[in-house]
Design a protein around this ligand. Structure first.
Ligand code: ADP
Length: 502
């Protein structure tokens, strides 16, 4: 096993990786930008190297600086986390060329799966069901119009190098096709430096189901069940859970087998995720493969008892995967909320600044993966994720109740958060029933409606009295009590804030 590894990332995922390494007696090397001098990952690692200015293009994305820090620190391997350089095949190659181990898949698999058109070609050849559409990239023109007609409207234009929901266009009628293709291609060229686009059938009301995989370097590949990630805003996941409320053991075996086939088709090893869409008739279609650890991996860990990061280390070090498919079971249910520093009352605009008061939830069944602390900064330079709050229960109902309790307990001031919005989601009757698809948020919430509700004068007076009491310099009040900065922790529940659902 490695003696020392470098983590080419920051925030909660760097902290998560440090924790796994420390439990395995592996020393950790953090890298940090100017903005992250005092960040939690910088403090928790055994060693920390400064790699540049705050913007990630000047630090976390600069391959040479990271390799330089690895050489200087004597790290033997590099874990890329997710985001930044995690799915950059050139980085994976550069790590190997520097004589170090990349804790992730082979560079060729990263490259092949990074291009969605190439991934589709490989999956079609391997017999993995993909969404109907063009096999490869296609230019705006008569051939595209013919295919869109065959596939049937509505269709979805996607960028070959796409990610983060960018460069996607839903086209309802033939008249709009060419224009939409041209604008998607322009957006793709500027966002991904690749104007290539392709056409997929736009599935009506699908569910997003993804399968977690582990594969060693000797051809042993297993799946660790599915995650349901249909609660999305603008095609980005907000709440994830495992297992999916709609996947039967039979369907799980089928979709798991398809995911393993997908991994084998691209020569995959280490941890990876195959994403599928499930239509209303329970047909599933491959949409993409993520060649890294996913943000939402904790819900799989909580329900299988397998530490994915530790398995990543072992696989990268050349060990055999000792877990057999039949060893993988499902124990209870887990739900994750992505808690962001963003203002649900202001169109989810990022809310950056110093975290003045922080009371994260704890107690039975709660896991809170975070990279911040009281007094720390949520900076303008990076994703404003505060934490990934995970609730485990013996069944889905208990997980929901625990999540609700944890969200109510979660108090943060100094920045605004989407906690009230997460509460509305997990308290929604359709969510509780498990009756939802990827349109859940747009169907049930009008973001523009999320203005503060009618003022409850009695409640405001009570809150004002409590705040006035705590503002007194009385000896009985501890220094860490929150100050009234306009974001009172007593106002963290969605209903109390006056957020409304449709
Ligand atoms: P990205 O890589 O940009 O995140 P994905 O291909 O992973 O894009 O898709 C993100 C989300 O977009 C999916 O979870 C789903 O909600 C929606 N989506 C993608 N493809 C389709 C499709 N063919 N039909 C309907 N919705 C889709």
């Amino acid at each position: 096993m490695f003696k020392r590894i470098l983590i080419a990332n920051r925030g909660e995922i760097a902290v998560r990786i440090i924790r796994a390494a420390s439990e395995m007696d592996i020393e950790t090397v953090a890298v940090f930008s100017d903005a992250d001098r005092l960040a939690l990952h910088t403090r928790l690692a055994d060693y920390a190297y400064h790699i540049g200015l705050s913007p990630s293009q000047e630090s976390y994305l600069v391959i040479d600086r990271i390799l330089d820090a690895a050489q200087k620190s004597g790290a033997e391997a590099i874990h890329p986390g997710y985001g930044f350089l995690a799915e950059n095949a050139d980085f994976a190659r550069a790590v190997a060329d520097a004589g170090l181990t990349f804790i992730g898949p082979p560079p060729q698999a990263i490259e092949d799966m990074g291009l969605k058109t190439r991934a589709r070609e490989i999956m079609i050849a391997a017999g993995v069901p993909v969404t109907p559409g063009t096999e490869s990239a296609i230019d705006p023109g008569p051939e595209a119009a013919k295919i869109a007609e065959q596939v049937g409207y509505p269709v979805l234009i996607k960028a070959a190098s796409g990610g983060g929901g960018k460069g996607m266009r839903v086209v309802e009628t033939p008249d709009d096709l060419i224009k939409a293709m041209e604008s998607a291609s322009r957006e793709a060229a500027s966002a991904f430096n690749n104007p290539q686009i392709y056409i997929e059938k736009y599935l009506e009301g699908p569910r997003h189901i993804e399968v977690q995989l582990l594969a060693d370097q000797y051809g042993h590949t297993i799946h660790l069940n599915e995650r349901e990630c249909s609660i999305q805003r603008r095609h980005q996941k907000v709440v994830e859970e495992a297992p999916s409320p709609v996947i039967t053991p039979d369907l799980r075996a089928q979709i798991g087998a398809a995911a393993i086939k997908a991994a084998r088709a691209c020569g995959y090893y280490n941890a990876g995720t195959v994403e599928f869409l499930l239509d209303r008739n329970k047909n599933f279609y491959f949409i993409e493969m993520n060649t890294r650890l996913q943000v939402e991996h904790p819900v799989t860990e909580m329900t299988t008892g397998i530490d994915l990061v530790k398995e990543q280390f072992k696989i990268a070090a050349g060990e055999k995967l000792t877990i057999q498919q039949e060893d993988v079971t499902i124990h209870g249910h887990a739900i994750e909320c992505r808690v962001y520093a963003e203002d649900p009352l202001n169109n989810f605009y990022p809310s950056t600044g110093m975290v003045k008061y922080l009371h994260p939830p704890a107690g039975p069944g709660i896991r809170n993966d975070s990279g911040i602390y009281e007094g720390g900064e949520i900076s303008i330079y990076y994703d404003p994720l505060i934490s990934k709050l995970v609730a485990w229960g013996r069944d889905r109902s208990e997980a929901i109740v625990r999540m609700r309790r944890a969200l109510q307990e979660y108090h943060i001031t100094g920045v605004r958060s989407n906690i009230p919005f997460c509460l509305l989601v997990v308290e929604h009757p359709k969510f509780i029933e498990g009756d939802f698809d990827t349109h859940f948020i747009s169907d049930h919430f009008r973001i523009e409606d999320m203005a503060p509700g009618p003022v409850d004068k009695e409640k405001i007076a009570a809150i004002a009295a409590v705040l006035a009491y705590h503002a007194k310099p009385a000896a009985s009040v501890s220094a860490s009590q929150p100050q009234n900065d306009g974001v009172s922790p007593w106002l963290s529940s969605g209903r109390r804030l006056g957020l409304r659902t449709r």
